[in-house]
Write a protein that binds this ligand. Structure first.
Ligand code: ARG
Length: 466
């Protein structure tokens, strides 16, 4: 019997009646796994090639199958291939269309293969492409952050711990922290890629196959590093997807923290940045508002990716070997995570590139109006031989009296300093000036300008190398 596109999927002759229509809809994955079609076609072409290569099919049969699959690819790209729910999934949809196109030979494609190893192959091919794309997006984001950092070495910004002013920073140092985070994200994805890039093709349903297939050959055709060494593992493993979702979640953590900072910075209270019209939105009722929708959405979408990670972990934990239909549930989690990460990376890159402006004058002023140079007074005394803890207590006292007098440390007279401790000299004023405070933190990885220049150079070199 020839399947036509509108007929329901039929099983072997063991089955006497068709699926209940609601159950057919419930069972089907075509609504979302059509996303895999290009990978399904590529995987099937490699399989057909291998079948001919090993003599399981004739060379002509192999060629016919490969051409037919290519024709489906063209149909799909032209928008002409739109299988419905009756196809069940993308694998059946392709196989039945192939049989329509090339005749009964199409039915030979599934020799020595199962949908179990097929879907595993498709998912890995898909994820490989997505990882490559996301890594490039991370590079684009880093390039923008690096440029911004380079322009702001001399811009100072309050540094916080507990969201309390702590010590002033170079804005470049703050921005470069995100370059470092996303560098690890980039490396992590490269590492995940290694474990995605293993071929389950030829594992069959679970036990391998009676045909003399060549799994190394098909793996090579698809640029996999190697085939899975155990067929049960190959068809039922989804740890590669979970690992990807871990890496994706960490990217989202990093983007979300930056998003949160931008939201704070854009508030009236901080006023560290101005949002540009191209990346902010208004309120439907309050005409004065300019809202940071982009970073808010990034922060909000982060939860989706964490949720998908959790979903997949729970999906896997109780599954006996090997394939179970539960595994069909991995796809939407994966697809949505990929879409979310890609969209958020794109939006944050645009936001940082052209969506906001740092209010540098206000930032430089901000660091002069607080007690974030208090550590430097203690360091000043400690450098003159006063034990640090003693110096720390003394400065605590002077901060307290200054606060009640409504003064800043820079307003104290030399007499007042010397009354506190005789080691103070006129150079105390220079030592607590914000620019000096930042510049002096020249320890490796610190915010000192010399360190930042080195960090910038190292980050640039990394970008050029990959
Ligand atoms: N649509 C299925 C999935 O996504 C393909 C594999 C089906 N295998 C099976 N034994 N029913 O997992």
């Amino acid at each position: 019997m020839v399947n036509t596109s509108s007929q329901p999927q039929t099983w072997s002759q063991r089955f006497e009646s068709a699926l209940h229509p609601a159950i057919a809809r419930f069972n089907a994955s075509i609504g979302f796994d059509i996303e895999l079609i290009e990978y399904d076609l590529t995987g099937s072409q490699a399989h057909a090639n291998m079948l001919a290569h090993t003599g399981i099919l004739s060379v002509e049969e192999g060629e016919k199958l490969i051409e037919g699959l290519e024709q489906i690819r063209q149909e799909y790209r032209r928008g002409e291939f739109n299988p419905g729910v009756e196809a069940e999934d993308v694998h059946f949809a392709v196989e039945r269309r192939l049989t329509e196109l090339v005749g009964d030979i199409g039915k030979k494609l599934h020799t020595a293969r199962s949908r179990n190893d097929q879907v595993g192959t498709d998912t890995r091919l898909y994820l490989r492409d997505q990882i490559t794309h996301i890594r490039q997006q991370l590079r684009d984001f880093q390039t923008v952050m690096l440029t911004l950092a380079e322009q702001n070495i001399e811009t100072l910004i309050p540094g916080y711990t507990h969201l309390q002013r702590a010590q002033p920073l170079s804005l470049a140092h703050h921005l470069l922290a995100y370059v470092e985070m996303t560098q690890r994200d980039w490396e992590r994805l490269g590492d995940v890629y290694k474990r995605v890039n293993i071929s389950p093709l030829g594992c069959g349903a679970l036990a391998g196959t009676t045909f003399p297939i060549d799994r190394h050959y098909s793996a090579q055709l698809l640029n996999f590093d190697k085939p899975y060494a155990n067929s049960l593992d190959g068809v039922s493993d989804r740890d590669f997807a979970i690992e990807f979702l871990c890496a994706a979640s960490l990217i989202m953590v990093h983007l979300s923290r930056l998003a949160e900072e931008v939201i704070l910075w854009a508030s009236e209270e901080f006023s560290f940045v101005t949002l540009k019209d191209s990346c902010s939105t208004g309120s439907s009722i309050m005409p004065q508002k300019k809202n940071p929708d982009v970073p808010e959405l990034v922060r909000g979408k982060t939860g989706r990716v964490f949720g998908h990670l959790q979903a997949l972990l729970v999906l896997m934990k109780g599954l006996p070997l090997a394939y179970n239909k539960d595994l069909q549930e991995d796809k939407e989690a994966l697809f949505d995570s990929v879409k979310t990460v890609r969209a958020c990376l794109e939006a944050m890159t645009i936001l940082m590139q052209e969506g906001l402006e740092f209010r540098t004058t206000r930032l430089n002023e901000a660091v002069a109006e607080d007690f974030s140079n208090a550590t430097d007074v203690a360091d000043y005394l400690a450098a003159k031989g006063v034990p640090f803890r003693e110096a720390y207590n003394l400065v605590g006292k002077v901060v307290k009296t200054s606060l009640s007098a409504g003064k800043l440390l820079k307003d104290l007279t030399l007499d007042e300093w010397q009354a506190l401790h005789p080691a103070f000299a006129a150079d105390i004023y220079e030592a607590i000036a914000p620019r000096q405070v930042v510049s002096a933190r020249n320890s490796y990885g610190g915010t000192g300008f010399e360190q930042i220049k080195q960090a910038l150079a190292a980050a640039k070199q990394r970008l050029n190398e990959s």
